[in-house]
Design a binder for this molecule. Sequence first.
Ligand code: PHE
Length: 358
Amino acid sequence: METLDTVRAEALDAVGAAADLDALEQVRVRELGKKGRLTLLLKSLGGLDAEARKAAGQALNVAKEALAAAIEARKGELARTALESRLAGEKLDITLPVRPEMRGSIHPISQTIDEVIAIFGEMGFTVAEGPDIEDDWHNFTALNIPPEHPARQEMDTFYLPGTRDGHRLVLRTHTSPVQIRTMCRQPPPLRIIAPGRTYRCDSDATHSPMFHQVEGLVIDETTHMGHLKGCLIEFLRAYFAIDDLPVRFRPSHFPFTEPSAEVDIGCSRTRGSLKIGHGSDWLEILGCGMVNPKVLKACGIDAERYQGFAFGVGLERITMLKHGIPDLRTFFESDLRWLRHYGFSALDVPSLAFGLAP
Ligand code: PHE
């Protein structure tokens, strides 16, 4: 039988040699476990006489305690080394630059729509909407563009298969059908703007088959051409953020307005670069006029009592001019580099109180 001294010396050596917590646990089981060597020694005391048993028992217990204490101490050591090596392995270099945070941005067209709404909102306009798929009555006929009218060809209409209420379906060629829908639905007085998508079969650097307009409509008993002019001058100066922006009204023709005008803003063109605001040149920017009484009648409004004005603005066009964007097609290519360059921060909500976006 092994002597206590040998077992104790071996066990303590094994504790010192245990390289990790697993190895240490194995030593504990081997020496102190149910079938451990010290446990067995303790059990073997039964065969001794009382005196010898007492002395050997005490010696054994002292050895057990010493071993248990050695195991605890080694455990602490091993845990400390494990932690130290983990800390050394997980060292952080806090001088590294932070990873860039990916943030979305507001598309310039959305930004322009928000700005236009902010400006007209201040003037008491509300936003109206209508469907992109229209019928030819709302898109043309009710706007005083009868079936054989040349404007139907000029607008390069996309026709769709099928009809609604006996009328052909089209992708709306302008936002003016929203005027019709509003007048048919709501009695005057009316003061609305209708921003939205429009479609014409046309594609080059300044035309896209899908583009955006904002329509404006004011109807009441006293509105006249002076209001139309004041309202649009105010809008253009606020949008381009140029207080003395020159604005010119030029007689024109639209079937749905009478009289009609096209609006130009002052600009300069020097060495191929266009600058809005000053100089002796003019740039056409929008169409407008007093609502044709025929249009009011088509919507069931008493044209003797009510009158008003309407206008339509191309949103890509004013966005390109304000931000110097040269090609309209890039608006819809979804090129992230373009969006990062021309996009706006979602936190800069346009408001006249803080000035519109830079
Ligand atoms: N609907 C016209 C267009 O798309 C613009 C316009 C709207 C003109 C309202 C006058 C009044 O060209």
